[in-house]
Design a binder for this molecule. Structure first.
Ligand SMILES: Cc1cc2nc3c(=O)[nH]c(=O)nc-3n(C[C@H](O)[C@H](O)[C@H](O)COP(=O)(O)O)c2cc1C
Length: 417
C-alpha cells in the first residue's frame, strides 16, 4: 500500500470511528420552562412563520411535505440541488398551489445553485444554502425577487461570511446532525460565539433535535429556533423506504456513525448515517478509499431503470427494490427520541405543544469527538475540511468535484413521484 493510500485509510478510519464519543456531560434532568425570546420573535416575524421550527431542506422532500409543514406554522422546504430547472419550477409551483405560507428551497453550494433564478421566478419565498455562501449576484437576485435567505454554517468563520453576505438567518449545524455534515464539532460549542457574531441575525440550531423539549432547550440557550431534519424523514409525507423509516423508529444515537463511507457521487463528504452492513463491512475491511472497498460494484437498489451502487450517497426511497437497508440511511443522534411516523403537520403541532407545555424528552448534551483530528489537517472552516479531505483522496479520484448528473436528477425525480 503506498503512503498516500495509507494516509487516506488512517484518515477515513478516524472519521468513521470518531463519530460519537457519547460518554459525555451528565444528563440534563429537568428542562427549562418555555419563555418566548426576542431572537425567536425576530425569526418568526422575519420569515412570516408562527413557530420557530424549520424543516431541514434535504433532497427528496416533496411539495406536499413542505406545504404540510408550512400550513402547520413552521418553515417547510425542499432540497433542489439535484433537480433541473423544469423540476424546480414545477416543485415551487406545486408547493405554492398547496399553501400561501412561506417555504424554503435548498441548495448545497458544493453543487452550485444553477436553478436559483428559476426557483425565484416561480415564487420561492425563502432560499436556504449550505456548504457555501451565496455570491453577490445570487444575493441580489434573491433581494430583487423579494425573497429571504438563510445559510447553514458549521462555525464562527462561516457565520461571519454569511452575515456579511446579508443572510436573514443562520443555521448553526453540529456534528449531531443527520445527513451531510459541514460542522467540525457539536453545535453546543459553537452556538454562543455564532450568536455573538450574528448580531441581530437570528441563529437556529441544527443537529440532533427531535422533540419539543429539544426546541425549548435551544431557545433557552439563545437560539432563535430549531432545525429538524431526521425527525421529518420519519413522517408520512417524506417518501423514504419503509425499511429506512422502520430503522429510524427503533434506533439509538449509538446506532449512527459520522463517516465518509457513502460518498460515490460526493467524494469525501462527511455524513451521519445509521450503521448498516455496508458501513460495517467497509470499516472491518480497513475503511479503504474508493477502488478498494468491499463489494464496490454491487447494485444494492433499483428504482425503475436506475441502479444504485453500494456506496452511493442516495438514500432508499419508497419504491426502491433490492437491499434498501444496505444504502445510506441518514440519521442524526436525536433518532433515539423518534418513535413514530406521524403526519408532518401533526408533528409540527406536537413539537410546539411539547415546547410550550414542558413535556417531551430532552436531549442529553453530548461531547462529540473531532473527526480528522490527528490526520494533520487544519479544521477551522467547513471549506477547509472539504479541501483537506479531497486532497487526501486526490490520488484515487482524478476529478473529485461531483456535479449533478442526469442519473441522480432522474433518481430524485422518481423519488418525488
Ligand atoms: C436525509 C437527510 C439528508 C441531508 N442531506 C443534506 C445535504 O445534502 N446537504 C446539507 O447541507 N445538509 C443535509 N442534511 C443535514 C440537514 O441540513 C440538517 O443539518 C440536519 O438534518 C439537522 O440534523 P438532524 O437530522 O439531526 O435534525 C441532511 C439531513 C437529512 C436527514
Amino acid at each position: 500500500m503506498d503512503i498516500s493510500r495509507r494516509r487516506f485509510t488512517a484518515g477515513a478510519l478516524l472519521l468513521a470511528t470518531g463519530a460519537l464519543t457519547a460518554a459525555a456531560h451528565a444528563a440534563q434532568k429537568t428542562a427549562k420552562p418555555y419563555r418566548e425570546t426576542e431572537a425567536q420573535r425576530r425569526l418568526t416575524s422575519r420569515l412570516g412563520i408562527r413557530h420557530p421550527i424549520v424543516q431541514a431542506v434535504f433532497g427528496g422532500s416533496t411539495p406536499e411535505l413542505a406545504a404540510a409543514v408550512a400550513e402547520a406554522g413552521a418553515l417547510g422546504g425542499m432540497g433542489m440541488s439535484w433537480s433541473s430547472e423544469a423540476e424546480v419550477r414545477a416543485a415551487v409551483q406545486r408547493a405554492r398551489a398547496l399553501t400561501q405560507k412561506p417555504f424554503a428551497i435548498g441548495y448545497v453550494m458544493q453543487f452550485g445553485a444553477g436553478t436559483l433564478q428559476a426557483a425565484l421566478d416561480a415564487g420561492a419565498p425563502v432560499i436556504q444554502f449550505s456548504f457555501g455562501i451565496p455570491d453577490a449576484a445570487q444575493v441580489a437576485a434573491i433581494r430583487k425577487a423579494g425573497a429571504k435567505f438563510g445559510v447553514q454554517i458549521g462555525n464562527v468563520r462561516g457565520a461571519q461570511l454569511a452575515v456579511a453576505a446579508g443572510a436573514d438567518y443562520l443555521n448553526v449545524q453540529g456534528q449531531e446532525a443527520g445527513g451531510h455534515v459541514q460542522a467540525q464539532g457539536s453545535w453546543r460549542d459553537r452556538l454562543p460565539e455564532v450568536i455573538a457574531v450574528a448580531g441581530d441575525v437570528p441563529v437556529l440550531v441544527a443537529g440532533g433535535l427531535a422533540t419539543g423539549a429539544d426546541l425549548r432547550d435551544v431557545l433557552a440557550l439563545g437560539a432563535a429556533g430549531g432545525v429538524f431534519g431526521t425527525r421529518f424523514v420519519a413522517t408520512e409525507e417524506y417518501p423514504a423506504h419503509p425499511a429506512y423509516k422502520a430503522r429510524l423508529v427503533k434506533s439509538r444515537a449509538g446506532d449512527t456513525a459520522l463517516t465518509v463511507c457513502f460518498d460515490l457521487e460526493w467524494p469525501a463528504a462527511l455524513h451521519r448515517v445509521l450503521r448498516n452492513d455496508t458501513l460495517e463491512a467497509w470499516e472491518a475491511g480497513g475503511a479503504l478509499a474508493r477502488g478498494l472497498r468491499p463489494n464496490e460494484n454491487d447494485v444494492v437498489g433499483r428504482l425503475g431503470e436506475l441502479a444504485f451502487k453500494r456506496y452511493s450517497i442516495f438514500p432508499p426511497f419508497a419504491p426502491t427494490t433490492g437491499h434498501p437497508e444496505d444504502m445510506a440511511m441518514y440519521a442524526g443522534i436525536g433518532v433515539e427520541r423518534i418513535r413514530d411516523t406521524p403526519k408532518a403537520g401533526e408533528l409540527v403541532a406536537r413539537l410546539w405543544k411539547e415546547c410550550v407545555g414542558g413535556s417531551g424528552s430532552i436531549s442529553r448534551p453530548t461531547r462529540l469527538s473531532l473527526p480528522g483530528a490527528g490526520i494533520g489537517v487544519r479544521f477551522d472552516f467547513a471549506a477547509d475540511a472539504i479541501i483537506a479531505a479531497r486532497a487526501l483522496t486526490r490520488e484515487f479520484e482524478p476529478d473529485p468535484i461531483s456535479r449533478p448528473d442526469p442519473i441522480s436528477r432522474r433518481w430524485w425525480q422518481a423519488g418525488r413521484a
